[in-house]
Write a protein that binds this ligand. Structure first.
Ligand SMILES: Nc1nc2[nH]cc(C(=O)O)c2c(=O)[nH]1
Ligand code: SF4
Ligand SMILES: [Mg+2]
Length: 210
């Protein structure tokens, strides 16, 4: 049943898959992908402007059609969604573990249990100005054009306290800049007396799952 004043959210897709990247790679998860973003990365892999308005109950019904209890709230950018606290309250009440994938510029809703953030080097000025202070994991995508990614990684280390820091290749038209990524990774870790940075690959793209 659809209530008249039910909140609606811009949704690109909701699907079940395995977490493809980062510390929780392989974890069976429901992905709730929101539309809209407060950044515009040229290599973005998501059509975040191609969304449909879903009501709260439509989202809950879809999520409940899957059996796993881990939800990854992604986008687009989930932290800019109007009224998201209400949706997250309902999901928490259903007992879901809530992880988020965010660019890290805006505050994280309190209902979130696990924070993965991917700060974007081309917007370094914004991160210098203000960003989230903590994440469970930081994943920085190595932009092919960016020779200074290591400096950005060090800036983010000073800004965002995290349990794990990852460098990730950028995928464009099915190709990943893996050599460039591991080269930066080695040099970045060499700069430090205690190496912190690890590799994260978008494995779902390599194996052709969603
Ligand atoms: N399998 C899979 N894992 C993912 N981890 C983060 C994703 C994202 O698009 O935010 C993603 C995605 O789109 N698919
Ligand atoms: S922050 Fe993420 S969703 Fe937004 S444009 Fe950049 S890559 Fe795409
Ligand atoms: Mg993705």
């Amino acid at each position: 049943m659809q209530l008249i004043n039910e909140p609606k959210f811009p949704i690109v897709e909701i699907f079940e898959s395995l977490q493809g990247e980062g510390a929780n790679t392989g974890m069976p998860s429901i992905f709730v992908r929101f539309g809209k973003c407060n950044l515009a990365c040229p290599w973005c892999d998501t059509n975040y402007n191609q969304f449909e308005q879903w009501s709260l109950s439509q989202i809950l019904q879809k999520v409940r059609s899957f059996s796993v209890k881990n939800i990854i709230i992604t986008g687009g950018e989930p932290t800019i969604q109007v009224g998201i606290a209400l949706l997250l309250d309902r999901l928490k009440a259903d007992g879901y573990f809530l992880a988020i994938e965010t660019n890290g510029l805006k505050a994280i809703p309190s209902q979130i249990d696990y924070i993965a953030t991917s700060p974007k080097a081309m917007y370094a000025k914004k991160y210098e100005n203000r960003c989230i202070p903590f994440a469970h994991e930081v994943r920085i995508v190595v932009d092919e054009q960016d020779e200074n990614v290591q400096d950005f990684c060090q800036l983010i280390e000073s800004k965002i306290q995290a349990n794990g820091y990852y460098l990730s290749p950028c995928e464009i038209n099915g190709k990943m800049n893996l050599l460039q990524t591991i080269t930066h990774l080695g040099l970045l870790n060499q700069r430090q007396n205690k190496p912190k940075w690890q590799l994260s690959i978008q494995t779902h793209k390599l194996i052709g799952i969603e």
